[in-house]
Design a binder for this molecule. Structure first.
Ligand code: TYM
Length: 327
């Protein structure tokens, strides 16, 4: 049976990129095996964040998980910091990954290339180690993520091979599962840049109201030529909007391109904004109900209990393998 694991870190307001690349897929996995979806709050500490923001963002993600269709009976949802085995396994596996490997991580380079060494915390450098520990604790076979996280999962695979070569078949080899449409949603103001939690103009935030979302879609940067065709090289802005439409409508990109072939940009953008309304309005209504009821707190408490049992078992196995006395 498959074991599915993924997470989102509560560093800022969730974006349409997070929704399309990750969140909206999680529910598809919960019928395929045992699924563990958590809030990566320890990871959120790797860059400065106000305690109140961290708390609010964490609650927010829990409510978004449930609103997206994750069912606590099928998916174990929890806070990373509620399961101490994450930090304990991290302390062990950090010895099997190397500085050179971590320095090569694209996300680290993007985030820290312009920062002085004295300003780069150890946590952000060693981030993929903790992420590997996250994955390994639950013996995950499938890790649904957007494209930017696939390199970290690859590193985790290297770690597993290295560790198992030394100690025998202890760790499970995971694989990243990247969506075929929408693995990398780009900024609406600059379609050569990834949509990220820190770009208020080019991002659509799940918290934006429908009017703001529509305004951002209608104002999205488009390309030369008056009508729609799928050409990611020459028309990256249109390709990004076609991707957003296809992902939200759950159709292949080519089908979306066919549907809007020859449309004028304004009419096409209106169709994308309408599709976004169709998906987001009921999703956010469910989110609001969950926030108002506070029901996510019990889900997280319950989830932490189940997660601890699974994680501690793996931790114990690893401790024994490396020679720690487990008394
Ligand atoms: P995070 O919080 O940066 O992003 C959460 C998920 O959203 C995806 N994503 C995108 N997908 C498409 N287009 C975009 N523009 C876009 N932006 C973000 C990300 O790929 C991710 O799947 N390290 C992880 C959290 C994590 C984790 C884990 C994930 C911690 N431990 C173990 C999987 C397994 C992160 O920072 O994701």
């Amino acid at each position: 049976m498959e074991r599915i694991l993924s997470a989102i870190k509560p560093t800022g307001k969730l974006t349409l990129g997070n929704y399309i690349g990750a969140l909206s897929h999680f529910k598809d996995f919960q019928d395929q095996g045992e699924s563990f979806i958590f809030i990566a709050d320890l990871h959120a500490l790797t860059l400065p964040i106000e305690p109140e923001d961290l708390r609010n963002n964490s609650r927010d993600i829990a409510a978004f998980y449930i609103a997206s269709g994750l069912d606590p009976k099928k998916t174990t949802m929890f806070l990373q910091s509620s399961v101490s085995a994450h930090a304990e396994l991290n302390a062990i596996v950090q010895n099997y990954l190397y500085m050179g490997e971590l320095k090569r991580m694209t996300q680290f380079k993007d985030k820290c290339s312009k920062m002085a060494d004295t300003a780069i915390g150890m946590g952000i450098f060693a981030y993929p180690v903790l992420m590997a520990a996250d994955i390994l604790l639950y013996e995950a076979t499938e890790v649904p993520v957007g494209e930017d996280q696939a390199q970290h999962v690859e590193l985790c695979r290297d770690l597993v091979r290295r560790f198992n070569h030394r100690y025998g078949e202890i760790l499970k080899l995971p694989k990243a599962v990247v969506p075929t449409v929408g693995a990398r949603i780009m900024s609406l103001t600059d379609p050569t840049k990834k949509m990220s939690k820190s770009d208020p103009k080019g991002d659509i935030f799940l918290h934006d109201d429908p009017r703001a979302m529509r305004k951002k879609i209608m104002g999205a940067k488009t390309d030369m030529g008056p009508t729609v065709t799928l050409d990611p090289q020459e028309k990256p802005g249109i390709a990004n909007l076609l991707t957003i439409y296809a992902a939200l409508d759950r159709i292949p990109l080519e089908e979306a391109a066919h549907r809007f072939d020859g449309y004028r940009y304004g009419d096409f953008k209106k169709a994308v904004a309408d599709k976004l309304d169709e998906v987001m309005i009921p999703f956010k209504a469910r989110y609001q109900e969950i926030v108002d009821s506070g029901s996510y707190l019990d889900v997280l408490r319950d989830g932490a209990r189940k997660a601890r049992a699974v994680a501690n078992k793996t931790l114990h196995k690893v401790q024994e393998a490396v020679g720690l006395l487990t008394l």
